[in-house]
Design a protein around this ligand. Structure first.
Ligand SMILES: Nc1nc2c(ncn2[C@@H]2O[C@H](COP(=O)(O)OP(=O)(O)OP(=O)(O)O)[C@@H](O)[C@H]2O)c(=O)[nH]1
Length: 921
């Protein structure tokens, strides 16, 4: 059975497609509409889940006759069942009665038996309360058990008595034997055999440990006799025994391996002394024997358990191997279960239909057929997207793992704890416009230079290094959150600490809040530099209070953020700030392995006329040296020279060092990863593959989170929906926040990562791209730059005019039912450069089309300061007094907006069309 569409399945079930769709969504299976394709596995799942419901439905749908027949059949079956049950119960009753009779009979017999017990029995019987027949049967059974228990106890005691008697007899026999042996000692040695034979029969291995001192003595004697006899029977070790032969010697040796042969010295013959010696011997023998037994037991156990142990060790080895693979998988960002499962087939990203079929060992025709059923007509030589590879494999019940080309070179950074060495912190300065970021960086650099090497004028390489009390701090030179977020958007996490500059005379401003949000999104700690404290209007405490409202709480007030008052202009508090940064870094315990091939990120790059491509990189791991083969983004090459921030040639750059690289093949982009390879060919191959992938990616840029995609993302495990909210007034933001809080967030948590009053800017788009967020705008418009950036980054910008629409959309998106069938498509944008008053017609906007093309039939919105102030239709579109159908970008025209006279110079007229969009998967 192949995959099916929802409506096909609904038809099969005799259900309404919509009803089935909602049931499917309840089952958390991705399906958006009646046309959605369901995989075979999902169809099976749905069938199973709906089986009871469908069964009931089927029963309900049967005609009356069939229903009556079924009912009759059921009644007959029930009756038959009841009959059987009655018969079974009767049989049980009969059995019970018979048992009671039998018990009564036995009781009667035992009561009659024995005169002595008769009285007792009758006494017992009189004691027992008169009970009905069944009860008396039970109590007699209990009595029988009691009697049997007593008899067993008696037998046990008797056996114990017998054993004790036998033991005593054995002891006596032993004593006798010892006495005899002692008496015979010295006169004539007893024959070996009889001595051994005389060993008392019940002298088991366990007995000596428990036996008394006397019995031990007798054992010693017996053992000694046995040994003497054995010695006499086998050749002496020095080989002069006439009877000696090699075989015997060997056999004795072997026996010695398992046998306990205590070294018992001869005893002197006089009285108490002799007994003392015997006592010592007894103790020694006891100990040695126990030891020997223990050893034998261990040897036996290890022989028996050898197999088990080997198995265990093998299991342990395999578990360790699995753990290692899982660890490696996690470090490479791969699902460990896919790497551990032997049934998983690894398929190279971008495989053709033919290659895919070969890897799975199936005919290409089969794959093509399945693709066709999914609405994808591909030929054998066409490449399959990741999604199709997974879909078709799933359809075939096969497991695959898509291997990206870069994975071949994926370096697993798994440094051992002992290889990690402390490294300096990397700091970015952020803050509102004009709060003194540049001045502060200058002041800091000046401090560094003053206390550092003489003559070291900092070069602009994108980062600078400052020394404070022998400790290094690396500052990223580009202040502001744009650069920071742009880097982060590219996956480059280079900053350890953010210095947030807030002017003491100005307080918290919109960009201050933006910076806080960026820092929080990146999970980077903030050190606050309250700047301009030299100014008369400075209120550093007010800054603290304002920041508290945004979750930045001073340490002295019980929070976790360090604050320092500074004046960048008068260079006050700079050392204090640097020391605070060091303190914050110490808290972070920053470490890296310097003894490895270097890797890190490009923080700035340009093409220098004289020197060719130049890139400033920040080393994050390992040590970079001239001569290293390096890849930086899509560029590669051999490091010709390293230049430090002071403009000097460097011999090496270690973790947290910024350094300029010369010798690359092309100019990389800020935020690109760089990595050193042992072999230059590998570096080149990776760079080329990256370039190829970038081209591919350009064609199919991975979209960021979008409302259309939210349901699928939730299905894939997304649990958070990040939002950037921009609105015309603060009240709208608060209202939206309130509404979200009331929403069911059990499946996906809604987080507003940034909100502000104003139009949607490029920075909003970069933040959204970096945090995989959706931008929501209320009565605001994106700037042209923001729109372009969003298009490029595939960031979803949703613009609303009423709050409930946004709430409805997000609610619908969560369950995959987002259905705005109509969307506004922008057509063009015009800048109002003049306003003409035309009698009888009204005000006409003299415009310049800055983007796209505006047509006479388009709807328009009038935008002022990024806010929509009017929406309506075009009443007239003219070029030089002529009515025209449309005007393209770069041309001037006159636009009359129907019903709106308040047009002003500087307004923007945006043309758009409302189009019906067919929702696809
Ligand atoms: N009085 C006083 N003025 C300062 C201080 N720090 C900076 N300024 C002044 O504030 C103005 C802005 O300083 P910048 O360093 O350019 O501020 P910025 O944050 O880098 O500004 P942008 O680059 O435009 O974002 C300049 O005129 C500085 O001279 C200070 O500590 N005290």
């Amino acid at each position: 059975m192949a995959s099916m569409r929802v409506h096909e399945l609904a038809k099969e079930f005799g259900m309404d497609s919509k009803v089935l769709l909602s049931r499917i969504q309840d089952l958390k299976i991705a399906a958006k509409s009646h046309a959605s394709v369901l995989s075979e596995a999902n169809v099976e799942k749905i069938r199973e889940a709906l089986a009871p419901e469908l069964g009931a439905k089927a029963a309900a749908g049967m005609d009356a006759e069939a229903a009556a027949k079924a009912q009759a059949e059921k009644a007959a079956a029930d009756e038959k069942k009841a009959e059987e049950e009655r018969a079974r119960r009767a049989a049980v009753e009969r059995e019970r009665e018979l048992r009671a009779e039998e018990r009564a009979r036995r009781e009667h017999n035992s009561a009659a038996k024995g005169e002595a017990s008769a009285a007792a029995a009758s006494a017992k019987q009189t004691k027992r309360p008169p009970a009905p027949a069944v009860n008396s049967g039970l109590s007699s059974l209990a009595r029988q058990i009691e009697e049997q228990k007593a008899a067993a106890e008696h037998r046990r005691k008797k056996a114990a008595q017998d054993a004790r008697a036998a033991k005593l007899a054995a002891e006596v026999a032993k004593k006798k034997a010892v006495a005899e042996a002692l008496a015979n000692r010295g006169a004539k040695k007893p024959a070996a055999k009889p001595a051994v034979e005389r060993r008392p029969k019940p002298a088991p291995t366990a007995a000596p440990r428990k036996s008394s001192f006397d019995s031990l003595l007798s054992q010693i004697e017996a053992e000694k006799n046995r040994l003497t006899a054995e010695k006499a029977a086998r050749p002496s070790r020095n080989g002069n025994a006439a009877a000696g032969n090699k075989k015997n010697a060997k056999g004795a040796g072997k026996r010695g391996g398992h046998h306990f042969e205590p070294d018992v010295p001869e005893l002197s013959n006089n009285g108490e002394d002799r007994y003392a010696q015997m006592a010592v011997q007894a103790e020694k023998m006891q100990r040695d024997k126990v030891l020997a037994e223990a050893r034998a037991a261990v040897a036996a156990a290890s022989n028996n358990e050898g197999e088990g142990r080997r198995k265990k060790r093998k299991e342990k080895r395999e578990a360790a191997q699995r753990e290692r693979i899982a660890q490696e998988a996690m470090e490479r960002g791969i699902d460990p279960s896919l790497m551990l499962d032997e049934n998983v087939v690894e398929v190279m990203q971008g495989s053709t239909v033919g290659e895919f079929a070969d890897l799975l060992g199936v005919p290409s025709g089969d794959v093509i057929k399945r693709l066709f059923l999914l609405g994808q007509a591909l030929t054998v030589t066409q490449t399959m997207s990741d999604e199709l590879i997974e879909l078709i494999a799933d359809d075939m019940g096969r497991k695959v793992r898509i291997v990206s080309p870069e994975e071949e070179f994926a370096v697993v950074y798994n440094d051992k704890e002992e290889d990690l060495k402390p490294r300096p912190p990397v700091v970015t300065v952020m803050g509102h416009v004009d709060h003194g970021k540049t001045s502060l960086l200058d002041a800091i650099r000046h401090t560094g230079v003053a206390s550092g090497e003489a003559g070291g004028i900092t070069q602009h390489i994108g980062a600078s290094v400052v020394d404070i009390n022998g400790r290094q701090i690396t500052f990223i030179d580009t202040p502001g959150h744009e650069a920071f977020t742009a880097m982060r958007a590219r996956g480059a996490q280079v900053t350890d600490v953010i210095v947030l500059v807030v002017a003491a005379d100005d307080g918290v401003m919109p960009q201050t809040i933006e910076a806080i949000n960026h820092a929080k999104a990146a999970n980077v700690p903030i050190v606050v530099a309250v700047n301009k404290i030299d100014k008369p209007g400075a209120q550093p405490d007010r800054v603290r209070q304002e920041l508290v409202e945004h979750g930045v709480i001073p340490e002295e007030w019980g929070g976790s953020n360090m604050f320092v008052n500074v004046s960048a202009k008068q260079k006050l508090g700079i050392d204090d700030l640097l020391e605070t940064i060091i303190l914050q870094a110490d808290v972070l315990e920053l470490k890296a392995n310097p003894d490895a091939l270097a890797s890190g990120f490009v923080i700035e790059a340009n093409l220098d006329k004289g020197r060719g491509p130049v890139a400033t990189v920040l080393v994050q791991r390992g040590t970079l040296k001239p001569g290293d083969s390096v890849v930086a983004g899509e560029s590669y090459g051999r490091v010709r020279a390293l230049i430090d921030p002071r403009g000097n040639h460097a011999k090496q750059a270690t973790p947290s060092d910024p350094v300029e690289i010369l010798g690359l093949s092309s100019v990389p982009t800020a935020g690109d990863e760089f990595r050193v390879f042992e072999d230059e060919r590998d570096a080149r191959k990776l760079a080329e593959e990256r370039a190829m992938r970038a081209r591919l990616k350009e064609q199919q840029t991975k979209s960021h989170m979008s409302l259309d995609d939210l349901f699928n993302r939730i299905e894939e495990g997304t649990t958070e929906l990040n939002l950037v909210v921009k609105a015309d007034v603060q009240g709208s933001i608060e209202a939206l926040r309130d509404a979200f809080e009331k929403m069911d967030q059990s499946e996906v948590k809604i987080q507003i990562i940034h909100s502000a009053v104003g139009g949607v800017t490029e920075t909003d788009v970069t933040l959204a791209a970096a945090s995989d967020a959706i931008i929501i705008g209320f009565n605001v418009r994106p700037t042209a730059g923001a729109r372009k950036a969003a298009e490029h980054e595939k960031v979803d910008i949703r613009l609303y005019r009423v709050i409930y629409q946004a709430i409805e959309d997000i609610n619908a998106a969560r369950i995959g039912m987002l259905a705005p069938e109509f969307v506004d498509k922008d057509t063009g944008s015009a800048e109002v450069r003049d306003v003409f008053r035309v009698p009888k017609v009204g005000n006409i906007a003299g415009c310049y089309i800055t983007e796209g093309e505006i047509s006479r039939d388009d709807k328009v919105r009038v935008v002022r300061d990024s806010k929509v102030i009017y929406e309506g239709k075009i009443s007239s579109l003219r070029r030089f007094k002529d009515d025209v159908k449309s005007v393209k970008q770069g041309y001037e025209c006159g636009i009359g907006v129907d019903g709106y006279q308040d047009i002003k110079v500087g307004d923007v007229i945006e043309g758009y069309r409302t189009e019906e969009v067919e929702r696809t998967e």
